[in-house]
Design a protein around this ligand. Structure first.
Ligand SMILES: [Mg+2]
Length: 364
């Protein structure tokens, strides 16, 4: 089998957060970027991948077309590990974190889709199922910086039977507001790297009364593993991080530093399924629970669903709490029932994108 073509599909799909807020314009984004990858083969099997592209869609698509595509044309897609190894080796000088790794990740996902389809199995069967067909979901709320909006969305997520809810807030008033309406429901807070080490320690200790399930990425820069490690001894709140780490080498450093209670690899960033699998093994050997980063609605989401199903403890899976004008897969995939995602039994990733939606929202 040979790779005969690779195309990117750049999409922008409008979404709604479900509430009006008083937040800054920066938080009032209303479309999300997609950079999908379609790889064709000489035997008619097509694979789909998904590279991280939020606010960096064009550079990622260009990297795929001009840096990655020439290196994989004509290769046997079943040699996915070899292809991933060679791409990382040949492209290392362009960065082991960022656009280059996002591009490699998207292509790798498409190759695994081909591998599973060729075997007439679902991706989780290829990866080796750990037996659990049901994955607990958590609602990952937008950042509203608005108390009423936080309470409205927390109530909405609770009414939809989510058992875990994550905020993206950085002020105490919003965290307090969420706890007031959620009662005993576990709350996580993703802060996206806003603080120095001292600020993080002071803030997390100040929030201790809210009994948070984890605080995510409290320190800038995200790779300050020593700072995160110190924080774990200086506070009582579990620490999560990892969406800004690429490759298993970064995760090994993170675990070696005892930086996190929960590791959050992102399949569209770390180097794809090939690299995510290595991270699962390393996390197991360090005794760190993975809570996959998956605020996605394309092949990256499906790939994550299969990957976590290959772990004895799948952790919780992130459902970005926004609603799109259109979905490239059936919306039911992204709609947990009673707070549980079900794994797809279809071959490969389980679904191919709806070609009509691709045509309607393509931006080039
Ligand atoms: Mg995060």
């Amino acid at each position: 089998m040979k790779i005969t073509n690779l195309e990117t599909y750049e999409l922008q799909i409008p979404f709604s957060t479900g509430v009006e807020t008083s937040a800054s314009d920066f938080l009032k984004q209303d479309t999300l970027d997609f950079c999908l990858i379609k790889i064709d083969t000489d035997i008619g099997i097509t694979g789909w991948g998904d590279a991280f592209s939020y606010n960096c869609r064009k550079p990622v698509a260009e990297a795929i077309k001009h840096m990655v595509k020439p290196l994989i044309m004509g290769k046997n897609p079943l040699d996915v590990k070899q292809i991933n190894f060679e791409l990382q080796k040949k492209l290392h000088l362009f960065g082991r974190y960022g656009i280059t790794m996002f591009a490699i990740s998207g292509v790798d996902i498409a190759l695994w889709d081909i591998l599973a389809k060729h075997s007439n199995l679902s991706l989780c069967q290829i990866l080796g199922s750990a037996g659990s067909k049901e994955i607990p979901a958590y609602a990952s709320l937008w950042r509203y910086e608005d108390i009423e909006a936080v309470q409205d969305r927390c109530n909405h997520a609770k009414n939809l039977s989510y058992k875990y809810i994550k905020l993206h807030e950085i002020y105490k008033s919003e965290v307090k507001a969420a706890r007031e309406v959620l009662g005993d429901i576990p709350i996580m807070v993703d802060t996206n790297c806003p603080w120095t080490r001292d600020q993080a320690r002071q803030t997390i200790n100040d929030w201790e009364e809210y009994n948070l399930f984890w605080v995510e990425e409290p320190i800038n820069p995200p790779e300050d593993f020593e700072g995160l490690s110190n924080l774990r001894t200086e506070t009582f709140t579990p620490i999560a991080a990892g969406e800004n780490a690429c490759t298993s080498f970064e995760f090994k450093k993170m675990f070696e530093a005892e930086a996190v209670d929960y590791a959050q690899p992102s399949v569209t960033k770390v180097g794809g399924i090939t690299e995510f699998k290595k991270i699962i093994s390393i996390a197991e050997s360090y005794g760190v629970q993975i809570m996959a980063h998956s605020p996605y609605f394309g092949p990256g989401f499906l790939a994550t669903l299969h990957l976590v199903q290959s772990m004895p403890n799948p952790g919780f899976l992130e459902r970005f709490f926004i609603d799109f004008e259109a979905y490239i897969y059936p919306k039911e995939i992204f709609t947990p029932k009673d707070g549980i995602f079900k794994i797809s039994e279809g071959v490969g990733l389980g679904f191919d994108p709806d070609i009509h939606v691709l045509k309607d929202y393509i931006v080039k």
